[in-house]
Write a protein of this length. Sequence first.
Length: 511
Amino acid sequence: MGYQVVSVNMPADYTDEMLHSRLAKTLHIRQFTWQIEGKSLDARNKRNIHWVLRVAVFSDELRGKLPEIPEKLEIPHVKTSMHILVTGSGPAGFFCAFVLQKAGYQTTLIDRGSDVLKRNQSLNRFEREGIFDPLNNYAFGEGGAGTFSDGKLTSRSKHISRERRFILDTYIAAGAPKEIAYLAHPHLGTDNLIRMVKNLRKEYEELGGKMLFETCLDNLIVKNGNVLSAELNAESFDADSFFIAPGHSAYDTYRMLIRKGVLFRTKNFAIGSRMEHPQEVINRAQWGMSGIPGLKAAEYRVTSQGDGKHPVYSFCMCPGGIVVPATAYAHTNIVNGMSYYKRDGYYANAACVAGIHPGELAGREVTAMEALDQLEALESHFYTLPGCYRAPACSIPDFMDGTLRNTNIPGSYPLGTLAAPLWELLPPVIINAMKSGLRDFKSKIKGFESGQLIGLESKTSSPIQAIRNEGGLCEGFSNLYLIGEGSGYTGGIISSAADGVKAAMRFLTTR
Ligand SMILES: Cc1cc2nc3c(=O)[nH]c(=O)nc-3n(C[C@H](O)[C@H](O)[C@H](O)COP(=O)(O)OP(=O)(O)OC[C@H]3O[C@@H](n4cnc5c(N)ncnc54)[C@H](O)[C@@H]3O)c2cc1C
């Protein structure tokens, strides 16, 4: 069997038959199989928007040697009676527990929220009736923060190729579309994610893993840097090692960890608003037309130097998506974005955020605890004005001028918007940077000023970071690991899941 990799350009609405015949013609072969290895959209020339494919072709008519199989994640098998508690069923906690359980450890995975179906019901009620559920929301509940999301699987993290492959293979086995293995910008959509999260839990439980819902880690009992036990819903739970993956919304858990002596430093993070446009505006700006057969919805990613000190950039763009009320606590108000696999909603949204250090917001150096207090106060401030979970919002031109002229702010946000001077609600340093950024974005995306800014976006990454030693342990502890987005080292589904895999593998290979 011979092998060759070819690069071919295909029209946006190509079919498998078209690709097959193109490969036959390009390579002058008749009997062959093929597999796409890479696929990205080239939209630089609006009159010739096409896919660029990298395809591996296998045939007796080819001479090239078969490729070496890329290195796989080899999970060692251990014989042990050790019990491990993993807190948080988001990507980091799930993959950590999954790998440890596969290796032979007895793991218990807990989440303060409910299973994904009950969580879905709570979210529906919140968006229909405005009744907030502190256990089940866009941040908390089975599958973690990204379950009700666009499910973008891109990551800028380096040195995670083995982990990434393992995660994508696991997702595909749990029902994710196979294309996530080769697309340059893969995404899952909330509909796929809900199904996959259920299937992943089933697989974990079939391995012998124990999953406990509506079980909150309230406290740790620590002696001389050794965690003796955890308090779950005020009941004691013993384990040998403790992995905590609480995400970066769990302020109560962060505060408990700080009180227990876990060391954190403050770090740069970003805040701003969600911007929203009719998807057609984005399609026209990116493609020169309202739609292209074979393509879902156009994406964008824009960056700016901001005011020179605070970079401004779009983040977590959701084509054809919905702006959602993403608060984890009652009486605070923040937004985020999600979409379904088809990405066929009327609007497009993305965060528009400015990077900043917590100390700069306060005008002095702050501790980790103060950085959390400061962020929580801002999130409460956005609740106080409407007195509910409606999102304060304004048009982009009104934001730029600092004058509220438009009082009707349409959009996808399910709980409704309230016309409000966002430039008075966000910190002045953020406003200045965002204004410069938005001016730049206007020159990059035609029709950009037709959009609006909605709510507070404060969860692009954590303002604090745990101090971990080389073995991944929390500094000063012998059996406590803080992983995923809550540790402050990752941001996004893939990098957080990879941190969970890496933490488990490091644990397995250093014992
Ligand atoms: C609406 C939305 C859309 C997003 N879209 C994308 C996207 O398209 N692509 C992308 O890469 N990223 C996206 N993200 C970010 C992504 O979801 C996170 O980066 C990722 O989920 C972090 O994984 P994690 O496992 O570290 O933490 P999380 O996913 O936050 O999981 C933490 C889990 O811990 C549980 N928990 C917290 N405290 C406790 C406790 N004390 N006891 C028990 N359980 C606890 C929570 O209930 C939660 O389930 C999105 C986030 C949101 C909110």
